[in-house]
Design a protein around this ligand. Structure first.
Ligand SMILES: NC(=O)c1ccc[n+]([C@@H]2O[C@H](COP(=O)([O-])OP(=O)(O)OC[C@H]3O[C@@H](n4cnc5c(N)ncnc54)[C@H](OP(=O)(O)O)[C@@H]3O)[C@@H](O)[C@H]2O)c1
Length: 234
């Protein structure tokens, strides 16, 4: 790598986003750690800086279009590039509500964060990636969004992650022939605030596929759904 790569990770103040940032930093990548809360974001970035990595807090509420534009513009102004986007920020509001009961407000809110925000972020960064001729976008989906494995419950969350997979495919088609590789992934069931204490996987394990997809070689895959670095059915 002749130039230091520049990455933006959303929801980086805790959980998988924090660990993805740590691992990208350990590869020598400059990581902008998006956090909607300034104090939490600054603290998270400080912890990664203390490990000797190049991490910076950037204010980013992914539900706020102006916040997205401001964060992306700031990075572009600093570097004239943005090489890697990890759409990690997510919410899971209907863990215990059945599909027959889930409210439209819950679905709308979940869609805003889990699907519309990654689309808006992609719309903001892809023009920059086109100019530099390089881009990697990782969409943090879930096995709960897999149509081939679809079951009951978790309706809002499932719809949002299936939509995120659709966005991955649509934008992949629209970036055909470029060096912008967009993929989606399932980290498995990971021990974070969202995954809970019973989850069998560590954040390190959950983050590994994201880091692999964020650093794919130019002839790497595009428009695929992965778990543990292997393609899985939609
Ligand atoms: N854990 C699992 O088992 C699992 C499995 C499959 C997929 N995933 C996916 O992996 C991703 C990360 O999950 P996680 O387990 O690390 O969850 P987590 O521990 O709950 O962390 C979620 C992160 O997203 C951020 N976030 C939520 N809404 C935001 C907003 N509007 N703007 C900016 N940041 C926002 C949170 O920030 P605050 O601290 O400000 O709330 C937090 O940093 C999610 O997309 C999730 O759906 C997780």
């Amino acid at each position: 790598m002749s130039q230091q790569r520049i990455a933006l990770v959303t929801g980086a103040n805790r959980g998988l986003g924090f660990e993805i940032s740590r691992q990208l930093g350990s590869l020598g990548i400059k990581v902008y750690m998006g956090s909607r809360d300034e104090l939490k974001g600054l603290d998270a970035a400080r912890r990664i800086q203390e490990e000797g990595h190049d991490a910076l807090f950037i204010q980013l509420d992914v539900n706020d279009h102006a916040s997205i534009d401001k964060a992306v513009e700031h990075i572009y102004d600093q570097h004239k590039r943005l090489d890697i986007l990890v759409n990690n920020a997510g919410i899971f509001l209907d863990k215990t509500v059945p599909g027959l009961k889930v409210g439209l407000d819950t679905i709308r809110e979940t869609m805003e964060t889990n699907a519309y925000a990654p689309l808006l972020l992609s719309q903001a960064v892809i023009p920059i990636m086109r100019i530099s001729g390089y881009g990697r976008i990782v969409n943090m989906s879930s096995g709960l969004g897999q149509l081939s494995e679809m079951g009951g419950g978790f309706t809002a969350y499932r719809i949002s992650k299936t939509a995120l997979n659709t966005i991955t495919r649509v934008l992949t088609a629209e970036t055909a022939g470029t060096n912008i590789l967009i993929n989606t992934m399932d980290p498995g069931w990971v021990h974070t605030d969202m995954g809970g204490k019973e989850a069998p996987r560590t954040p390190e394990e959950g983050a590994a596929t994201a880091v692999w997809l964020a650093t794919l070689p130019d002839d790497g895959p595009r428009g695929k759904f992965f778990r543990d670095n292997r393609p899985i059915p939609w």
